[in-house]
Design a protein around this ligand. Structure first.
Ligand SMILES: [Cu+2]
Length: 68
């Protein structure tokens, strides 16, 4: 299991938290997603054998947010 913290721009409310959380948890291998709105970070716990960090970043981008 791997934990990664990403800086994500564009998150401002609980809708954003939900959008990001559901787009990442839909990925196979994602275990836990934690969004911190004030810190603008997303902490993801995932199985690195099933899921790559690039796929996670792509999912966040497709949800409409920018990983910086
Ligand atoms: Cu929002």
């Amino acid at each position: 299991m791997k934990t990664e913290v990403l800086n994500v721009e564009g998150m401002s409310c609980s809708h954003c938290v939900h959008a990001i959380t559901s787009s990442i948890t839909a990925l196979k291998g994602a275990k836990d997603v934690n969004v911190d709105l004030s810190a603008k970070t997303v902490r993801i716990e995932y199985d690195a054998e099933e899921l790559s960090l690039d796929s996670i970043k792509l999912a966040i981008g497709e949800a409409g947010y920018e990983v910086v």
